[in-house]
Design a protein around this ligand. Sequence first.
Ligand code: ACO
Length: 400
Amino acid sequence: AIDIRKLRSQTGYITYDPGLANTGSCQSSITFINGEAGVLRYRGYAIEDLVAHSSFVEVSYLLIYGELPTRAQLEQFQDRLTHHSLLHEDMKKFFEGYPPSAHPMSVLSAMVASLSTYYPDSTDPEITELNMIRLLAKLKTIAAFSYKKSIGQPYIYPRNDLSYTADFLHMMFAVPSEPYEVPPLFEKVLDVLLILHADHEQNCSTSTVRMVGSSGADLFAAISAGISALSGPLHGGANQAVIQMLEAIHQDGGNYQKYLAKAKDPNDPFRLMGFGHRVYKNFDPRARLIKKLVDQVFNEMGVHDPLLEIAKKLEEAALQDEYFIERKLYPNIDFYSGILYRAMGIPTNMYTVLFAMGRLPGWIAQWKEMREDPHTRIYRPRQIYQGATHRPYRPLDERE
Ligand code: ACO
C-alpha cells in the first residue's frame, strides 16, 4: 500500500511532467485501461460485454455505485431518472437569453453551473446522492432544449414512457403538431455510443472535475468545469473537428493525401483529427467497436455517405504511413463517432454535447470517489520557475 503520510512529508523535490503524462493523481477503482493492449474495462467489466448486454442507464449505475444493478435496483434507478428529468420552469428563461448562434457546449456548461443555485450542496449524503440523480436526469433535457433554442423550435418536454436515450432523441426531433416515433435503430446506436463514452479514467475533463471538486466545490460546479474542458478540439471537441476535416477534404475533391501530408509536416500545426491518444498506443478499443457499428448501421439504413469513404481511405493510408506507425497513432473514439451522429441527423455542433452526456456518469462516479476518499487533498501542482530571479524596482518616471 502507498504510505500517503510519508509522501506528504516529502517536499523539496518537484517532478517536471508537462501534461501530467506520468503522474498518478489519485487512486481509483472505476476504470481500467491497458493502452498498449487496447483494453478498456468499467469496474472490471469489458466494454465489449457491456455494449453487447447492458444499457447506458445500467452502465451509469455500475460506474456510480460500483456494481451492476439487480432488476429491482435498475427499475428504481430508471424511475428516479424519469422523475427528475424536468427542469425548473424558470430555467427556460436562461435559454432565451443566449444568442441562437451560441455553441450548445457553452450553453450546457453554463446551465449545469446554474443548477447549483436551485439545488445547493449539502453535508447530508442523501442530498448529495439526490443531486447526482438530478444531474443525470436533467442533462439530456438541457442538451435537447439548447438544440431546440438554436433552431427556434418549441421545447419538447421529457416523457416518462421512453427510455433515457429514446427520450433524448424525442426531445431533439419531435415537433408539437406532428407525430414522431424514435427509430429503434437510432435508440440502440446512441445507447451504445453513450456507453462507450461513459468513463475513461483521468483524462483532461475528468481531471478537471476532480481538480475543481478537490477544493470542496459542489458537483454542479465541478461538472460544469469538466464540460468546459471537454469542449476543446484536442479532447471532446475532436468529434466535431473530424467531420469538419472530412467535409473540407470532400470539398477539396477528396484529396486526403494532401491532409495526410499536412499532418506530417512539422511546420504545419494541422493534426489529423480523431487520430492519436495519450494512453492508447494501439487501436482504441472504442474506435474498433464504433467502426463495426458504422458498417452495420449503413447497411441497415441503406445509405451512402461520401465522408465515410474518405474516412476509411484516410485511416487505411495513415495506418500504413511510417510517420503514424512510428508514433503509434491510431484512430481514437472520435474518428468514426461523428459519422454515426451524422447518419442519425444530429447536427455537428451537438456532437460534443453527446460526448458530455455519455461521459456524465463517469464524471459523477469520479467526483463521488474523490469525495469519499480519505486521501483526497486539494489539487495543487508545483512548477519549475523560469522567470527573472530578483529585479530592482524602477518607478514609472524612470522607465523608458
Ligand atoms: N496528427 C498528426 N500528428 C500527431 C497527431 C495527429 N492527430 N497526434 C499526435 N501527433 C504527433 C505529434 O506531433 C508528436 O510528434 P513529434 O514526436 O514529432 O513531436 C507525436 O505524435 C506525439 O504527440 P503528442 O502531442 O506528444 O501526444 P499527446 O499525448 O500529448 O496528445 C492527443 C494526444 C491530444 C490526442 C493528440 O494525439 C492529438 O492532438 N490528436 C488529434 C486530436 C484528437 O483526436 N483528440 C481526441 C483525443 S481522444 C479524446 O479526447 C476522446
